[in-house]
Write a protein that binds this ligand. Sequence first.
Ligand SMILES: Cc1cc2nc3c(=O)[nH]c(=O)nc-3n(C[C@H](O)[C@H](O)[C@H](O)COP(=O)(O)O)c2cc1C
Length: 357
Amino acid sequence: MWYNTASAKKIGIQYPILQGPFGGNLSSVRLVAAVSNAGGLGGYGAYTHTPQEIFSLDREIRASTGKPYNLNLWVSDVDNSGSATDGQYAQTAKLFQPYFDEVGIPLPEKPAPFQSRFENQLQAVLDIRPKVFSYLFGTLSPDIHEQCRKRGIVTAGAATTLDEALALEASGVDMIIASGFEAGGHRPSFLDTPESSLTGTFVLVQLIREKVKAPVIAAGGIATGAGIKAAMQLGADAVQIGTAFLACEESNAPPIHRELLFSDRAKYTTLTRAFTGRLGRGLTNRISKEMSGRESGFLPFPLQSQFMSDLRKSAMEQEKWDLILFWGGQIAPLLKHRKAGELMQSLVEEAGKNLIS
Ligand SMILES: Cc1cc2nc3c(=O)[nH]c(=O)nc-3n(C[C@H](O)[C@H](O)[C@H](O)COP(=O)(O)O)c2cc1C
């Protein structure tokens, strides 16, 4: 059967369909459980969580599903050592002042320096032993991969180029997520800038498949059974689907976010650094358009997110949707399902039809 793939066997799931983990509080235990209970692999993005929060999250997930699930972290969660100069802050403040004026709130203070949380989070993952640990924005040492293997944790690392896939393989990762530029969310490049690592999912899958032995998981632009079939025909062993699951009612996306993913606005997406400091894809809005080309005036990640958070809050309250980044990928106009179970069922049915063998 089409779904008996190496990665499905390795993870112990029925269908090689991974629900893409979402950072920034958009993941939910409900969504993870719905997908894992339907035979796929639910995923939770925990890069903003403290180790204690990760422990209690794991307890909640295990109470909702006895099936395997994926815990996800960012290997690199801070740029420029997590600090900005007064000069940088002054530049950002000047650029974004009109938007803060528009919603009638003062500019925030300069964000305090930020320290990476990854090392402590990683220890929590090793202690918890989720069936799958996926990560992005870097590689892990062979020793960490070995520790995961000994604990029965299957690892998956994200690549946006063939070079990144080769670096991940050399470090001993179990599976490689080929993350094409169509995808919603941040571009997880780590060897070169994301702007110069914009390969589409289908090219990336084929390039990686040819040079790397580890199973390849296609991520970006897949939301239907036809997409799954096409990716597998090109050599993917599994798929990771984000935007289509984000739009389901079980995700933690606010109702307006889910609504917009089904609206006409979803036809237009943009890669922008304006909201977090790192390049990511969301529905095109006024800020992403007006701030294009002004990236040198933004704060480094995650300070730019902190700088923008009051603006987002006020814009949400005032329903000024054009000032908010609603994450989403290029495939959004094809979305049909609002429940994760129904989405899973339709993916499995469609993928099972006429798979070219
Ligand atoms: C809102 C949002 C947040 C995301 N956050 C993460 C994350 O924290 N970690 C991760 O590995 N992938 C993250 N992704 C990527 C997804 O897991 C998945 O690979 C991607 O969405 C697949 O492309 P698609 O959106 O075209 O389906 C995120 C995607 C979105 C839309």
